[in-house]
Design a binder for this molecule. Structure first.
Ligand code: GDP
Ligand code: MG
Length: 162
């Protein structure tokens, strides 16, 4: 079976942009409006001759209601059915209460998690991203999904974890 990598995080951190970067196509929908991806959307991906599935999800939020609750539930199913989880946070913003709540959810899942510090568009933000160690998920992996900075190294790290 092809290994599965789930991409999760709160709304607007750049999950879909990262998915597009990983698959090398602009297929996942990127929006300035939070909460555009409603379901779990699987895409075929390849790196260094290895095939895997990468799953885009909608923005995860704690204690969500109605539509947001359905989106969060789908993201949790994506985590439960993944081999590795990419937990995406916004390096420009730093860690938030919602990120901390997501960490608790991820711990319950007991899945291997790679902490992705996205929007590290330059060296300054990259350096500041070390503050994300506080989330307790180990070393933050700084990338810019938008510009491609660090994405090859991240893909190498994903393959190591699979
Ligand atoms: P999602 O809601 O987590 O799927 O986030 P999206 O991928 O839809 O992106 C939300 C917004 O963040 C869009 O305006 C993206 O262009 C922007 N964005 C995503 N990745 C980066 C990045 O690496 N750097 C910057 N500056 N913006 C980004
Ligand atoms: Mg999205």
């Amino acid at each position: 079976p092809v290994p599965v990598v789930a991409v999760v995080g709160r709304p607007n951190v750049g999950k879909s942009t990262l998915v597009n970067r990983i698959i090398g196509r602009r297929q996942a929908v990127v929006e300035d409006i939070p909460g555009v991806t409603r379901d779990r959307v699987p895409y075929d991906a390849q790196w260094s001759g290895r095939a895997f599935t990468v799953v885009d999800t909608g923005g995860w939020e704690p204690d969500a209601k109605d539509r947001a609750a359905a989106i969060a539930a789908q993201a949790e199913i994506a985590v439960a059915t993944a081999d590795v989880v990419l937990f995406v946070v916004d390096a420009m913003v730093g860690s938030t209460d919602v990120d901390e709540a997501a960490v608790k959810m991820l711990r319950r899942s007991a899945k291997p998690v790679i902490l992705v510090a996205n929007k590290a568009d330059n060296a300054t933000i990259e350096m500041e991203s070390t503050s994300l160690w506080s989330l307790g998920l180990g070393e933050p992996f700084p990338i810019s999904a938008l510009h491609g900075r660090g994405s090859g190294d991240l893909l190498d790290k994903i393959l190591q974890a699979l």
